[in-house]
Design a protein around this ligand. Structure first.
Ligand code: NI
Length: 225
């Protein structure tokens, strides 16, 4: 499943988060890529381990963790450390696949889902689309500032070269309680249906209860804790 979640960062928070970026130090992003990806990665990454960088990291992660749609779509067990990437003219990220296992703190995270949180508005730069190889098509994604796109880490993907301006995004990975994408999608569909039926109130309690029972029992069957 590829899912764009609009305005995951509210406007006021976005303004402050972008202002904070001005206080951060950026270095060559190739240092954090795996051996294969390093050859095609051309961007800059902020130090989020000290001072203002730590504050920035905690603030963005808190907003992501709390977001109800991201929680339902991704069923996060753990988040990776976030990365803040700036891509200038001539930069980009060639076709690559993300490492399956990532060091996060003192433990290893399995990347089930990747996400890109757009921090620049699309009119601030040209090029820089996120392209994901998908059966029968290659979606080319350029979100509004504050939008997040969630996609399977198992895909081959790339960032088109930036030809004008500057592209600022936050990227990260999620280890999900539900390892398989198709199972996660089914649970997301059923949970979305439950939410809309609750809003409509036309459905009887027993129908809602049966739907809820099915969702809970699928979670019991499929979750890894
Ligand atoms: Ni990637």
């Amino acid at each position: 499943m590829i899912l764009t979640i609009s305005k995951i960062i509210p406007k006021d928070d976005l303004t402050e988060i972008r202002e904070l970026v001005g206080m951060l130090t950026f270095t060559d992003g190739a240092a954090t890529a795996g051996a294969t990806a390093r050859r095609v990665k051309r961007n800059l990454q902020a130090d989020l381990t000290h001072g203002a960088g730590r504050v920035w990291h905690a603030r963005v992660l808190q907003l992501l963790r709390r977001h109800p749609v991201l929680r339902t779509a991704a069923r996060p067990q753990r988040f990776s450390d976030l990365r803040l990437s700036r891509t200038e003219v001539g930069g980009g990220y060639g076709a690559h696949t993300d490492n399956a296992l990532m060091r996060t703190g003192t433990t290893t995270l399995r990347s089930d889902l990747s996400f890109t949180l757009f921090l620049s508005a699309p009119e601030e730069y040209e090029g820089g689309e996120l392209e994901i190889d998908w059966p029968g098509m290659v979606p080319s994604i350029k979100g509004q500032a504050g939008d997040l796109v969630l996609y399977p880490s198992s895909s081959i993907h790339r960032v088109a070269p930036v030809t004008r301006g500057e592209r600022l995004v936050c990227v990260g990975w999620i280890q999900s309680l539900i390892r398989r994408d198709d199972q996660r999608q089914l649970l997301f569909d059923l949970s979305s249906l439950r939410a809309s039926l609750r809003d409509g109130r036309a459905t009887s309690e027993v129908e809602l209860l049966t739907l809820d029972k099915s969702i809970q029992n699928l979670l019991r069957m499929w979750s890894e804790t």
